[in-house]
Design a protein around this ligand. Structure first.
Ligand code: SF4
Length: 181
């Protein structure tokens, strides 16, 4: 075998269509769309909704106050050109899906790929808050709202369905976001 044949094959950059197809093939994903991270809205009040109203505040390493502030997140979003927004089934494990997609996209050459899910993390019975060291860093990802993203405005403006859940019988809409490149 020649020296040259050992060089890994250089693959073309992941196209929007390939990325969308990759996402739509995942079990639990209803819809997926390539978006500009500039369409993702951040707001100062989002963290207050975690702090005053959610009993997971401070209870898990992927929730505030351990996550980026809305101002920090805005800077992060502005460092990307493409992202993929996924609409998931109500019973889907959004965090697991975004971590998996993040890895698939990363392995296709998008070294900045970063996934954000929905809701708190339940991978451990009790989060390792004391040591501030996540036990499953390969799959624990913060929720969009935990990073100051206004999920309602973002998905509504992009034409996706979302409503305030008023009763237990109402079906919620869950979303994940993967920042790509
Ligand atoms: S994986 Fe475990 S340690 Fe990491 S954030 Fe989730 S609950 Fe906490």
């Amino acid at each position: 075998m020649s020296r040259r044949s050992k060089v890994p094959e250089k693959r073309a950059k992941l196209s929007d269509k390939e990325m969308r197809d990759m996402a739509k093939k995942k079990s639990g994903v209803r819809d997926a769309r390539i978006i500009s991270p500039s369409d993702v809205e951040t707001a100062t009040w989002v963290r207050l909704k975690c702090q005053f109203g959610c009993d997971c505040y401070g209870q898990c390493l992927v929730c505030p106050p351990f996550t980026p502030s809305p101002e920090q997140m805005r800077k992060v979003l502005d460092a990307y050109r493409r992202a993929i927004l996924i609409h998931c089934d109500p019973e889907a494990d959004v965090k697991a899906i975004v971590a998996d997609l993040e890895r698939n996209i990363f392995l296709r050459g998008a070294w900045k790929a970063l996934g954000l899910g929905a809701g708190p993390c339940y991978f451990c019975k009790e989060c390792n808050i004391e040591e501030e060291q996540c036990r499953y860093p390969e799959k624990a990802r913060p929720a969009m709202e935990a990073c100051g993203i206004d999920v309602f405005s973002t998905v509504k403006n992009l034409g996706f369905p979302i409503e305030v859940v008023r009763t237990r019988r109402q079906c919620p809409n869950y979303y994940g976001l993967i920042l790509v490149d």
